[in-house]
Write a protein that binds this ligand. Structure first.
Ligand code: IMP
Length: 204
């Protein structure tokens, strides 16, 4: 029987991306839904790292298996790294991204391109049943655009521009976004950390 890893998310889009990247670990990657766990964990940390560790540890304690969790968000330099860890909650969880994105564009009104720098950040934490905690971080640098562009992706993607590609992350194919994205980078780094932490014992 394959060893199990639970990824503490209910987001199916993320699960697809995670499974694709972690496939060669040879472990079964399950979502919270698949193991039928509904944990309402309060993300009360003050950094991406703290929040990811809080989530991973809480679910590991409930299940006794290896648990991965992520925390991600958009940091806009001109706005003192807002919305940052509050990216999902910015202007309220139920506010549409059309409104959130327009609000951020408005807050940067008149700000020249060189000061519109921003990045998506993703931190992945792994909580192991023996108490070890592994943490990796990935980021992608870009600038905040002047209007929404593109239909792909989600969240803040339509206003996040990659000058070297001449498009927003909402205009990239899923494969390309996985290759470049903060989450892809953090996941690939976590895969290497897991191989180091578990590989010897399991011959991965
Ligand atoms: P969480 O990590 O699932 O709590 O969500 C973080 C929030 O950051 C999301 O709800 C989005 O608002 C934003 N975010 C994180 N990654 C991305 C991305 O790849 N594209 C657009 N928005 C993102």
């Amino acid at each position: 029987m394959k060893e199990k890893i639970i990824f503490a998310t209910g987001n199916e889009g993320k699960m697809r991306e995670i499974r694709m990247i972690l496939e060669d670990l040879g472990m079964e990657i399950l979502s919270m839904k698949e193991v039928d766990i509904q944990a309402d964990i309060e993300e009360n940390g003050s950094t991406f790292e703290e929040n990811a560790v809080i989530k991973a540890k809480a679910v590991m304690e409930l299940t006794g298996t290896i648990v991965l969790a992520d925390d991600s968000g958009l940091e806009i330099d001109y706005l003192n790294k807002e919305p940052g860890i509050y990216s999902a909650r910015y202007m309220g969880e139920d506010t549409s991204y059309r409104i959130k994105n327009q609000n951020l564009i408005d807050r940067l009104d008149g700000v020249p391109e060189e000061k519109r720098t921003a990045r998506f950040v993703c931190v992945i934490a792994a909580a192991l049943p023996d108490g070890r905690v592994l943490v990796t971080r990935g980021a992608i640098e870009g600038i905040i655009g002047y209007e929404e562009r593109g239909e792909g992706g989600f969240g803040y993607d339509p206003i996040f521009f990659l000058p070297e590609y001449g498009c927003s992350t909402a205009e990239l194919s899923m494969e390309k976004k996985n290759e470049l994205s903060h989450r892809g980078k953090a996941l690939r780094a976590m895969k290497e950390e897991l191989k180091k932490a578990l590989g010897f014992k399991r011959g991965i």
